[in-house]
Every structure is written in structure tokens, then in C-alpha cells.
Design a protein around this ligand. Structure first.
Ligand code: CTP
Length: 404
């Protein structure tokens, strides 16, 4: 259990802070909410007190013998400020201590994540952009705002990302540190494939697999948090799009191949997490396959090979582009997991291969994962067991120094 301070500044998006608080406490964290006085115009202190189980104050004059304005920051493992308004970013950048939240920011030694939300004009104003640059230079994480509907009918950059995205990224900051969320993929284009393809047999049946898409979602979310322009080619995934990510839905391996090859040419990195079916039925029945009266009479399904998208990407990649594959492996009589994975890396010719050991049940649909990242140069980086977002963060840490 970690001690998280949830700072809430005075913007309409403060209502989402209650959901974020819920997500963080449900993940097992002890969360102390520190709103600004302005935030309490939008959400009452009672809501934050009930959901956090802690008293809520905004000023430094309550709880004086406890010296709360120093202690809350000093004892935190993570501070998340969501929403961070233009005013809050300005006061934090100036080092002010005119309420409990800004005082807490001055005494925190832990990672600090600002999640901005404001009108587009305020976000794009040079004053705000300078404050963001100052905070980032000092080591804080400032996430890019989501693009979309704002308070009124207008839309643009300035939306607070959805609480489940912020909670997942808070977990990354806690386990991997603020470096895992640096804004250093800005200007980079990333394509991630996720999910599992479905190969139709007839109009209602298909051959599929158990991939949930969660690992690809996490890779896309962390890349977008680091500023990348991310496209997610998603095969049959039933998850809300991560903030800032464009999702291209596909069904079959052929559709996935066409979508990935169309997106790849100007990408700096292509990551293939999708479980692409190696085989598909040779023919797709136009009508539903029916049972016959004789139970011994069953349809024979002949399979044909699907294209290997990863191998094709490698042969077509642009200069400087990195291609990352994923492999779920089990050990057997012919070799252990790493031996099979090294052989696969060599066979596919990609730059990196992220290897999951799925002996004994595996990772499908689970929120957590562990992996080894093998590189074509022979190196192997162990990724400790953690959330799929933490694995995603570790993968990006391995990819970044290799980007041209
Ligand atoms: N892959 C792909 N196209 C395929 C099959 C796999 O692009 N037809 C990609 C996956 O997205 C993944 C990597 O290749 O990044 C490894 O997938 P895996 O299924 O382990 O590879 P296979 O070549 O199918 O190996 P195996 O013979 O062990 O099934």
C-alpha cells in the first residue's frame, strides 16, 4: 500500500477526481485528498472525506499541531494533481505556498504528476507552456491533456484524461518513477497492434484466441503520456480508447496486416502485441454450417497460413524505424523459454522481442505481467512482475535509447 496525495485544483474536471480517488483506493492505496479552496466550489469536502477515509482541509491553519503543510508532502510516496488548472501550474512553478496543496508540493520528495485540465487557450498560452516546461525541468511529470469536448460546446486540447488512464499512469509513476513518464516521445509517431484476430468460419463462428488487448493498450497509453502520436490497431478489443490515442478497429489477420502496413511507413516505432492467428479457415461458408442427422458427419475445416505481419514489417521498414515483437512462450523438450525466444527474434528479424513466459496459465486477461526484453544486439532486460502499464513503461525505457 502506497501513500498517495491527490491534489485537486479548482476546475470543472474536479468531479472526475472523485472517480480517480475511487480507482486509487480500490487499487489498495491510502489516498489523502488535498483540494484547493477553488476545488471545493465544484466538489464538496464530504465527498473526498467519505471516499478517502481522511479529513480534508485546504489551508495551513487547520490541524496546526500536526504541521500538516509539511507532513503530508514529506510522507507521501506519490502526489497526483488532477485536475491541475492553469493557476495551480503557475503557483507550483513559482514555488508559492499559499494553500495546503502548494505547500505540500514544496515539501514532497516523491514523484509528482500534474494532470492538466483547462480551456485550450489557457493551455496553449505561452505563460502556461513556460510553467509546464519549468515543472518538467525540475523533475515533475506533466501529462499532456486529452483532446476532446471541454466544459461548453467547444472542444480541443485541455480535457482531463479519464480517471482509469490517470490511475494506471499513477501506478507507473509509483513503480517505475517519474522518468518512465518523461515527455520525450513528443514528435514521435508510434503504431501499436493489440488484441487477437478472429478468422471467420461462417457468418457466426470464428477461430479466435484469448488475447485481451490490455498489454497493447498499456503500451499505447504510456507512449501517449510521453507525448507520442499513437495509433492503436485493435483486433476485437472491448476497452475504451486510451486518452490521446487513435484506434483503428480490425477483425481478421488480413485486415490487421492491411491496417498496420498502411500506418507503419511514417512511424518511428511499430510494436506488435496483437495475437495474430497463424491460420485461417481455407473457405468461409456463406451460410451457417448446419448439423447433419448423422452425428458422425461433421464438417472438416481445412486451414491455410496467414501472412506473418511482423516479418513483413521488418522487410519493409523505413530507415531508423524500430520494430518490436511480442512472444508468449513456453519451455519444452527442445529448449527453455529464452532459447525459443532468441530463435524467434532471429527468425523474425525485429529489433526487440518482448517475451512473456506463459508456462502454466499465463497472462491472458490478467492485469499484471512480467517479461524479458531481448534485443537484436544480444542484450536481455528483465522486466519485474507488475501491472501491464509497468511492463509497458519498461518496454519504452528499452526502446527510447535505441530511437534514431
Ligand atoms: N505475428 C505476426 N503475424 C503472425 C503471427 C505473429 O505479426 N501471423 C507477430 C505477433 O504480433 C508477435 C510476434 O509475431 O509480435 C510473435 O508472435 P508468435 O505467435 O509468438 O509468433 P509465431 O511466428 O506465430 O511463432 P510460433 O510458431 O511460436 O507460433
Amino acid at each position: 500500500m502506497s501513500r498517495i496525495v491527490l491534489g485537486v485544483a479548482g476546475g470543472v474536471a474536479a468531479y472526475k477526481a472523485a472517480l480517480l480517488l475511487r480507482a486509487l483506493t480500490e487499487a489498495g492505496h491510502d489516498v489523502r485528498v488535498v483540494p484547493t479552496p477553488g476545488a471545493l466550489h465544484f466538489v464538496g469536502a464530504a465527498t473526498f472525506e467519505a471516499l478517502s477515509g481522511h479529513p480534508v482541509t485546504t489551508d495551513v491553519w487547520s490541524d496546526v499541531p500536526e504541521v500538516a503543510h509539511v507532513r503530508i508532502g514529506q510522507t507521501a510516496d506519490l502526489v497526483v494533481v488532477a485536475p491541475a488548472t492553469a493557476d495551480l501550474l503557475a503557483r507550483a512553478a513559482a514555488g508559492r505556498a499559499d494553500d495546503l496543496l502548494t505547500a505540500t508540493l514544496l515539501t514532497a520528495h516523491c514523484p509528482v504528476v500534474f494532470v492538466p485540465a483547462m480551456h485550450t487557450e489557457m493551455w496553449l498560452h505561452p505563460a502556461t507552456q513556460d510553467n509546464v516546461a519549468t515543472l518538467r525541468r525540475r523533475g515533475s511529470v506533466v501529462l499532456p491533456p486529452a483532446v476532446g469536448r471541454l466544459t461548453g460546446p467547444d472542444s480541443g486540447p485541455g480535457r482531463l484524461p479519464e480517471p482509469h488512464d490517470v490511475a494506471a499512469l499513477a501506478q507507473v509513476a509509483l513503480t517505475a518513477g517519474p522518468d518512465a513518464l518523461r515527455a520525450d516521445l513528443a514528435g514521435r509517431r508510434v503504431v501499436v497492434s493489440a488484441g487477437g484476430t478472429r478468422e471467420p468460419l461462417d457468418p457466426v463462428r470464428y477461430l479466435g484466441n484469448r488475447s485481451s488487448g490490455k498489454q497493447g493498450w498499456a503500451l499505447a497509453r504510456v507512449a501517449a503520456a510521453r507525448g507520442a502520436d499513437v495509433t492503436l490497431v485493435a483486433a476485437n478489443v472491448d476497452l475504451p480508447a486510451p486518452f490521446g490515442v487513435r484506434v483503428v478497429p480490425v477483425g481478421t489477420a488480413e485486415e490487421l496486416r492491411a491496417a498496420v502496413l498502411a500506418e507503419a511507413p511514417d512511424a518511428d516505432v511499430v510494436v506488435m502485441t496483437a495475437a495474430v492467428a497463424d491460420f485461417r479457415p481455407a473457405t468461409v461458408a456463406a451460410a451457417k454450417l448446419k448439423k447433419k442427422d448423422d452425428p458422425a458427419e461433421v464438417p472438416e475445416v481445412r486451414l491455410v497460413r496467414n501472412p506473418d505481419v511482423l516479418a513483413e514489417l521488418v522487410t519493409k521498414r523505413a530507415a531508423g524505424q524500430l520494430v518490436v515483437g511480442f512472444a508468449a512462450e513456453t519451455g519444452d523438450a527442445d529448449g527453455d523459454v529464452l532459447a525459443h525466444a532468441r530463435a524467434k527474434l532471429a527468425r523474425k528479424g525485429c529489433d526487440l522481442l518482448v517475451v512473456n513466459d506463459v508456462s502454466g496459465g499465463g497472462v491472458f486477461g490478467r492485469p499484471d505481467n512480467a517479461a524479458v526484453v531481448l534485443a537484436a544486439d544480444g542484450s536481455a532486460t528483465q522486466v519485474p512482475h507488475g501491472s501491464k502499464d509497468a511492463v509497458a513503461a519498461a518496454v519504452w525505457q528499452t526502446v527510447l535509447p535505441r530511437l534514431a
